[in-house]
Write a protein that binds this ligand. Structure first.
Ligand code: BTN
Length: 262
């Protein structure tokens, strides 16, 4: 079981992780924080569950995670700036990749738009949602599913999923330490993101699979015939590419996926 006291002993943040809500079992941490009132859902709230009965992924897929083995949690953010939110998602993925690299001493990359990969296998995914109060954004929710100590995956996922324990092949990871390290680093990166720090965007780009390379893209589910050179994300978090006709094209989050190398 996740040890909340142990997390609190390790966590040195000013606002992120306070309050911290722990559920042994909940439908989905994203759904839970979505249903809170604007007052209850304060900036910095983190909700973690040891087991989600209806964990959700991107594209209306479900997210299954072995009970008590991994990290499944959601953060509530109420940024002062409401632009560049897509970049914030990438900053989150980047922060997680940096922290994980420190723990496993291996290269962890971002697969656009918001998955983390080790080699060809998925290690973590982000589900980002917004809650509006009238027509005003009340909160931005970033849900993270990270495979930590799970040793076996459903046969349908076997070749596609991996955990930290499988990467380093020995022992189990302390989930409380991983989460504390991530929250501390993310709090600092969040401040840099709010200041529109260009260096942060450069760092994200360096972790992006396909950065600077010619890659095939799929647009709204259809693979484009010609490859494009990936120029990286801009300060809004949009993907910019150079196509075969030397035109620079910018894509938003939902539109495009980076497929294989050309
Ligand atoms: C994906 O890769 O499709 C995104 C997966 C996101 C899963 C996390 S687990 C915590 C939070 N609660 C959910 O229901 N989903 C996210």
């Amino acid at each position: 079981m996740f040890n909340v006291d142990s997390l609190h002993n390790k966590l040195e943040t000013n606002w992120l992780g306070s309050p911290f809500i722990y559920h042994e079992c909940v439908n989905s941490t994203n759904t839970y924080v979505k249903q809170l009132t604007p007052k209850q859902a304060s900036h910095g709230l983190v909700c973690l569950a040891d087991y989600q009965t209806a964990g959700r992924g991107q594209y209306k897929r479900s997210w299954y995670s072995e009970p008590g083995a991994n990290l499944t949690f959601s953060m509530v953010l109420k940024p002062q700036v409401n632009e560049r939110l897509q970049a914030l998602c990438l900053v989150t993925a980047f922060t997680l990749s940096e922290v994980l690299e420190q723990h496993v001493s291996q290269c962890i990359q971002i697969r656009w738009p918001n998955d983390l990969y080790f080699m060809e296998k998925k290690l973590a995914g982000l589900l980002v949602e917004s809650v509006f109060n009238g027509n005003k954004l009340d909160r931005f929710i970033i849900g993270i599913g990270l495979n930590v100590n799970q040793k076996k995956f459903d046969p349908s996922l076997k070749d596609a999923a991996i955990s930290l324990a499988q990467i380093n092949g020995k022992g189990i990871f302390c989930r409380e330490q991983l989460l504390a390290d991530f929250l501390m680093k993310f709090e600092a990166n969040f401040t840099d993101w709010e200041k529109n720090d260009v260096e942060l965007i450069r760092k994200v780009n360096r972790k992006l699979i396909g950065y600077g390379k010619k890659m095939y893209l799929s647009l709204n589910g259809e693979k484009l015939p010609d490859p494009c050179k990936i120029l990286g994300i801009n300060e809004k978090g949009y993907l910019t590419v150079l196509d075969e006709n030397m035109s620079i094209i910018t894509y938003t989050y939902q539109q495009v996926r980076i497929e294989d190398v050309a």
